[in-house]
Design a protein around this ligand. Structure first.
Ligand code: FE2
Length: 200
C-alpha cells in the first residue's frame, strides 16, 4: 500500500503565505486522494506495481495499457506533491553546495534564478507545476508540466517544485496566481533539492 508521507511542519506553519486551511485540504484531501486512488487502482485491478513510485513512473510501459494512464496520473501526482511539500518550509532555506554553484553558473545568481523560475511559472497555462530539474549531465532546467505530468517520465530528475493547481492557492489568493508565485519564494526550501543534486 502506498502511504501519505508526513509533513515536516504543522498546517499553519506556512502562514501567512499559505494558510492552514489550504495546507489541510491540499494534504488531507487532494494528496491523500491520489494515494487512495492509486491504492484502489492497484488493488482492484490486481496489477503488480513497483512499490517505488519513481520506478513505477519510469517503467510505466510495464503496466497494462488499459490501466496505464490512471496509474501514471496518480503515481505522478503523489510524487509531485511529495516534492512540493518538501519545497517549502517556514525557515526558508536557499540552495547550498553544488546546487548553489550550478545555479550561479547557469543563472548568474540565486536572485536571477528566482526571477527566471517565477517568469516560467507565470507562463503556465491551466493546471500544472513548475519544476527545477536536472538532466543526466546534471545541467539544470526550469520546466512547466501540465496536469500531473512528472519530469521523471521525460527523463529528468525533479529537485524543487511549485504546485500551480488552483487548490494550492485559491483560498489565500483567489485568482491572483502570480501573487502566490511571488510569495512562495518567501517560504521556499532548497534543502532536499540541494541533497538530491549532490546524491544523483
Ligand atoms: Fe496539488
Amino acid at each position: 500500500m502506498y502511504q501519505l508521507p508526513d509533513l515536516n511542519y504543522t498546517y499553519d506553519a506556512l502562514e501567512p503565505m499559505i494558510g492552514k486551511r489550504t495546507v489541510d485540504i491540499h494534504y488531507n484531501r487532494h494528496h491523500q486522494g491520489y494515494v487512495n486512488q492509486l491504492n484502489q487502482l492497484v488493488s482492484n485491478l490486481k496489477i503488480g506495481c513497483n512499490d517505488d513510485l519513481i520506478t513505477l513512473v519510469k517503467e510505466i510501459d510495464q503496466v497494462p495499457m488499459e490501466y496505464r494512464d490512471k496509474v501514471l496520473y496518480n503515481a505522478s501526482a503523489i510524487l509531485n506533491h511529495n516534492l512540493y511539500w518538501n519545497s517549502m518550509h517556514p525557515l526558508h532555506r536557499m540552495p547550498t553546495g553544488k546546487l548553489k554553484e550550478q545555479i550561479e553558473s547557469q543563472y548568474n545568481s540565486l536572485e536571477n534564478f528566482q526571477k527566471e523560475f517565477m517568469k516560467v511559472a507565470k507562463q503556465l497555462v491551466g493546471s500544472g507545476y513548475t519544476f527545477l530539474v536536472m538532466d543526466k549531465e546534471k545541467n539544470l532546467l526550469i520546466m512547466n508540466t501540465s496536469n500531473q505530468d512528472s519530469p521523471y517520465y521525460y527523463g529528468y530528475t525533479p529537485l524543487f517544485t511549485i504546485d500551480l493547481w488552483e487548490h494550492s492557492y485559491y483560498l489565500d489568493y483567489l485568482n491572483q496566481r502570480s501573487d502566490y508565485i511571488e510569495h512562495f519564494f518567501e517560504i521556499a526550501d532548497f534543502t532536499l533539492a540541494s541533497s538530491l543534486y549532490e546524491e544523483n
